[in-house]
Design a protein around this ligand. Structure first.
Ligand SMILES: [Zn+2]
Length: 349
């Protein structure tokens, strides 16, 4: 039904047209999850490891949500300078580096990742794209950022809205490093078993919360928790012009805790598949520990990293922006100066 040029090479003027057969983008995972999808299901237990929001609430109010922006980057006022790969110097002459950057036109909400969406097979043999879900998280996310920076590579992050609200400074580090930031719901629930309205709220609060924490509009990229989608939700994301990301290679870092096993598992799957979008979690300590060596082995294996970016910025909906605002202290009755409200009436001041 749609025939759009979805991917264009970001570092050249040459458009790579892969918009073939966009109509068969739906894959209903709940009834027949793929091996990768079922493997990711166990990450649903993430909620049990959450601290209470009150104890993790940000100390200072997060910056205001940027105005809704739906223009192309060339014409939109840049809310904050985001250094792209071409602007950031790579000081490691032996770094893995980025071999090419692709830009996704998310009009109509294309699906990417061959385990669920077969239409846009844009990676060449030997190419990988790195993706990290479930952050931002203390220690682990900064460690992932350091490993990526040391090898001069960039990745796509799918943060959880709640995590972003607890750790906005860490998400800002991800943005400042020039990575692509999408979203991954507000609280990482399985949307496929939720009523549509509730699932929509999860998606939208996830977007609003991520944008709020990032301090600027992020990319219109979304990944379903546990890769569990429904045709209705996929269609909704299409209306919102948000691309849905599945995966090709599952690191299974949620269950593999020894870095060497994690690395060998990814490399074995990659050798078999020959290329792919790799799913990892910057939330996971195992990935934070394994990433330097994994990147080293990718380079040694001759793999090339493709950096995925978006043509446009995501738009947020005001209704959900309001829902993710930090609780404001009531100030209306505190307008009088302190010395007219409170004075010392006995003893030393
Ligand atoms: Zn997840």
């Amino acid at each position: 039904m749609r025939r759009v040029a979805v991917l264009t090479a970001g570092c050249s003027a040459l458009a790579v047209l892969v918009g073939l057969g966009a109509g068969r983008a739906y894959f209903s995972a709940p009834s027949a999850p793929t091996a990768a999808a079922s493997a990711e299901l166990t990450t649903g237990a993430i909620a049990t490891r959450w601290p209470t929001p009150a104890s993790e609430a940000p100390k200072s109010p997060a910056p205001p949500i940027q105005p809704v922006v739906a223009k192309e980057p060339a014409t939109m006022p840049a809310p904050a300078p985001v250094p792209g790969p071409a602007q950031q110097a790579c000081n490691n002459p032996n770094a893995l580096g980025i071999s090419r950057t692709v830009e996704i036109d998310t009009t109509g909400g294309p699906g990417l990742g061959l385990s669920q969406y077969r239409d846009y097979d844009f990676l060449e043999p030997g190419e990988v794209a790195l993706t990290f879900d479930d952050g931002p998280w203390p220690v682990n996310t900064p460690a992932v950022l350091t490993a990526l920076a040391n090898e001069c590579v960039k990745a796509v992050f799918f943060p959880i809205g709640k995590h972003s609200s607890w750790h906005p400074a860490i998400l800002k580090q991800v943005v400042a490093a020039g990575h692509t930031v999408g979203s991954h719901t507000w609280s990482h629930v399985n949307l496929a078993i939720k009523p549509f309205a509730e699932a929509k709220t999860e998606i939208e609060k996830g977007i609003s919360g991520t944008v709020l924490a990032a301090g600027q509009p992020t990319s219109p990229f979304f990944r379903f928790p546990q890769l569990r989608q429904t045709p209705e939700l996929k269609a909704y994301l299409g209306e919102r012009n948000i691309a849905t990301f599945s995966i090709d290679i599952d690191s299974e870092d949620f269950r593999i805790h020894k870095p060497e096993q994690l690395i060998s598992g990814v490399m074995t799957k990659l050798k078999k598949a020959g290329k792919g979008i790799i799913l990892m979690h910057d939330f996971q300590k195992s990935t934070a520990q394994a990433l330097p060596e994994l990147l080293s082995q990718l380079k040694a294996g001759g793999y090339k990293v493709v950096f995925i970016t978006a043509k446009d910025r995501v738009t947020t909906l005001p209704e959900y922006d309001a829902q993710v605002q930090p609780a404001q202290q009531p100030t209306a009755s505190n307008a009088r100066p302190i010395n007219s409200v409170i004075r010392t009436v006995s003893g030393a001041k």
